[in-house]
Design a protein around this ligand. Structure first.
Ligand code: PMP
Length: 450
């Protein structure tokens, strides 16, 4: 891996970006994007010769790292053979991707509708649920992220919903379990689980069960803080859905495809939803791809009546070839088991050790290559290190943490008062330890604000 630092090129890339690229979720004049020259495995580098260990996997999607040779080769081969073909046809890469995905999804989810990414997968899951049940409403959790398109952003339970919320999308939010900041005055996992389920059942009762089409949940809420639910919660939601005839949608866009040390996070809890969304790790994001895995019961609704929805690029051959190669590479290289082992043996113990020494660490939680470190000003009161949705000066403590991590060669994921440890699932053990050592140094910067 040889970085080719050419600062003049970097300056030109940056200048064109600043002049013409309109960036997601950003105040265009207040951002300063790094010009990236290249990426390989778990690292990327800029034009000035600075190299970073990517503890973010991009936006938590490069589950097999950058430029995996088997996936790059598969994309090249597919491009040479058949770069694109319309979705109404049976195409080898598409059929094979669907087969490999269906073989790995939980239970009887064996039909795959392909989308271009996560948000549109959520949109289609909700449409399927509404048409299947004939009911209008959808329940989703506060502290969730489901995507940036209109319905998906309405479902989202974080501040990114506020500016775009139409308020008429038939979405009702509820509180999902989060013991560290319990809405239910719970002190144990068992209490949190029981009370969160009671709250959800009450919400269903007051909304009117016959009006609720779906409950949409991230199996482990990701962007909102990697809140691993108490054991029993998701099985409890499954039971409520069965009782009230509600479609259970699990959003595995971030948690799926090895991230948690299982193929899907649902496997950790032995639950089978009716619909499951995926994207990101399905092909490590090398070519945009997402989808919905569909149960036979929901698929039956559209067996003799058309499904009223589709996309020009549904099951794009290039994206599907990348998915086939990614899944095969993950099998051949044992990536899912590797993520499980490194999570249990390296990340968990290391983060707990850091929590013992750094007063800014309130809680660590996670599994596989999916961990959150919650930063606080005061461990006793659990006051967050920065206020909810802080920006600018109010976010100085987490900005100081991020700057220190970068100075030590690690690109950190920082969201609100948390840093997430979400490197590629095939990161090597020495790379991982190098990154965790850098976090140690960066937490010292956060400690200054406690
Ligand atoms: N659902 C979840 C759980 C996600 O994490 C994301 C993306 N972070 C999305 C949906 C939206 O995916 P996309 O950005 O590909 O539309």
């Amino acid at each position: 891996m040889t970085p080719h630092p050419v600062p003049e090129t970097g300056a030109a890339v940056k200048a064109a970006d600043r002049a013409h690229v309109f960036h997601s979720w950003s105040a265009q004049e207040l951002i300063d994007p790094l010009a990236v020259a290249g990426a390989q495995g778990s690292y990327f580098w800029d034009y000035d010769g600075n190299r970073y260990l990517d503890f973010t996997s991009g936006l938590v999607y490069t589950n097999i790292g950058y430029q995996h040779p088997k996936v790059v080769a598969a994309i090249q081969e597919q491009a040479a053979r058949m770069t694109t073909f319309a979705p109404a046809f049976a195409v080898e890469a598409r059929s094979e991707a669907a087969r490999l995905i269906a073989e790995r999804t939980p239970g009887d989810l064996d039909r795959i509708f392909f989308t271009n990414g996560g948000a549109d997968a959520v949109e289609h899951a909700v449409r399927m649920a509404r048409l299947h049940t004939g009911r209008p409403k959808v329940l989703s959790a506060y502290r969730s992220y489901h995507g940036g398109t209109q319905q998906a952003v309405n479902l989202t339970g974080d501040p990114r919903r506020w500016p775009s919320d139409s308020g008429t999308a038939g979405v009702v939010h509820f509180w999902a379990p989060y013991l560290y900041r319990s809405r239910f005055y719970a002190e144990t996992e068992e209490q949190e689980c029981a009370r969160a389920l009671e709250h959800l059942e009450t919400t269903i009762a007051f909304e009117g069960p016959a009006t609720v089409a779906a409950i949409v949940l991230e199996t482990i809420p990701g962007t909102a803080g990697i809140m691993v639910p108490p054991s029993g919660y998701l099985a409890g939601v499954r039971a409520l859905c069965d009782t009230y005839g509600i479609v259970f949608v699990l959003d595995e866009v971030m948690a799926g495809f090895g991230r948690t040390g299982e193929w899907f996070a649902a496997d950790l809890f032995d639950v089978v939803p009716d619909l499951m969304t995926f994207a990101k790790g399905v092909n490590s994001g090398y070519v945009p791809l997402g989808g919905v895995a569909i149960s036979p019961a929901v698929a039956e609704t559209f067996a003799r009546r058309p499904y009223p929805g589709g996309l020009t690029y549904s099951g794009h051959p290039l994206a599907c070839a990348a998915a086939v190669a990614t899944i095969r590479a993950m099998d051949e290289e044992g990536v899912v088991a590797h993520a499980a082992r490194l999570g249990a043996e390296v990340v968990g113990p290391a983060l707990r050790e850091l929590a013992g020494r750094h007063p800014s660490v309130g809680e660590v939680r996670g599994t596989g290559m999916f961990w959150a470190v919650e930063l606080v000003r005061d461990r006793e009161t659990r006051e967050p290190l920065v206020p909810y949705n802080a920006s600018g000066e109010a976010a100085a403590p987490t900005a100081a943490f991020a700057a220190a991590a970068k100075a030590h060669g690690v690109w950190p994921f920082v969201n609100m008062n948390r840093t997430h440890v979400v490197p590629p699932c095939n990161i090597t053990e020495p790379e991982l330890k190098e990154g965790l050592a850098a976090l140690d140094a960066a937490l010292t910067a956060a400690d200054e604000y406690t």
